[in-house]
Design a protein around this ligand. Sequence first.
Ligand SMILES: Cc1cc2nc3c(=O)[nH]c(=O)nc-3n(C[C@H](O)[C@H](O)[C@H](O)COP(=O)(O)OP(=O)(O)OC[C@H]3O[C@@H](n4cnc5c(N)ncnc54)[C@H](O)[C@@H]3O)c2cc1C
Length: 284
Amino acid sequence: MRPAQTTYQRPTSVAEALQILAAHEGAKLLAGGHSLIPAMNQRLATPELLVDIGRLDELKGISVSGNTLVIGAATPHAQVTASPNVRAHARALAQACGMLADPQVRNWGTIGGNIAHADPASDPPTVVLAAGGKLRLQSATGQRVVDANDFFLDLFTTALQPGEILRSIELPIVVDRRSAYVKMPHPASRYAVVGVAVFLDVANGYCSHASVAIGGAVPKATRSPGAERALQGSHLDDAALAAAAAAISAEVSGMAMSDLYASAEYRTAMAGVILQQAVRAALA
Ligand SMILES: Cc1cc2nc3c(=O)[nH]c(=O)nc-3n(C[C@H](O)[C@H](O)[C@H](O)COP(=O)(O)OP(=O)(O)OC[C@H]3O[C@@H](n4cnc5c(N)ncnc54)[C@H](O)[C@@H]3O)c2cc1C
């Protein structure tokens, strides 16, 4: 199938992109195009106007500002995974962006496009949620910062409002915090069938903080309070991991998705298995 007819503009600044968005109700942002173009080819999306922000330098790059890791929304996955700052402060995100799809998608697809699209099988949303990340959004009237807990609303649905651009992804930097992302990938696309991200504060084997999120299995990236409670205050021994695994599977059960590749029951069971792998990977 071919996409419906559309028009195209390439603004030279975020301010200009915002003006175009404000003036055209049927406009849609185009970043790497690796989710939007396939959707247009299937006529699941029929934007009247494409506003190409993929080459705007002000939306690219990775920096540290105080105790925050700031990642520009139009930064390609390959640059996120190669960044020494991301590897040092949010290793799980480097892992997630490094294992998604294939080199072409990682070189063209952007972390912001991925997060704005909110595909339930995407990897970065799960990590950003577990990391306690925030999303900086900009419209023609100003900026606002939304906690990741409040950003991912449902399948392909976020808190982004019409006329808003995701500017950056901001993750807290916590000294000595360990993290890992482990997924069971679909063998063809590499999208997550089940993906789990963990962020742990561990000293002398004792875990004083744990945050856990799951994606792929459920309609949106979702925290697991039960797994967090089981890990936090433990020595991350086999009993704590088993309790966390049981908790995450219990929470996923009832909301797990089913498709031709994996049933809801299978995803529910795998949630606990992948969680234990993620904790062990964070400690390794
Ligand atoms: C074969 C294949 C395999 C893939 N496998 C995986 C995988 O294993 N894991 C995974 O996580 N992803 C996977 N992806 C998706 C890939 O990561 C996409 O690059 C990503 O989801 C979208 O990023 P993009 O820059 O291409 O966005 P686009 O396709 O350009 O845009 C996607 C959506 O986000 C909006 N948007 C883009 N940028 C912004 C912004 N800054 N602010 C607000 N809205 C914005 C667009 O309007 C559009 O609605 C795969 C894609 C393909 C084609």
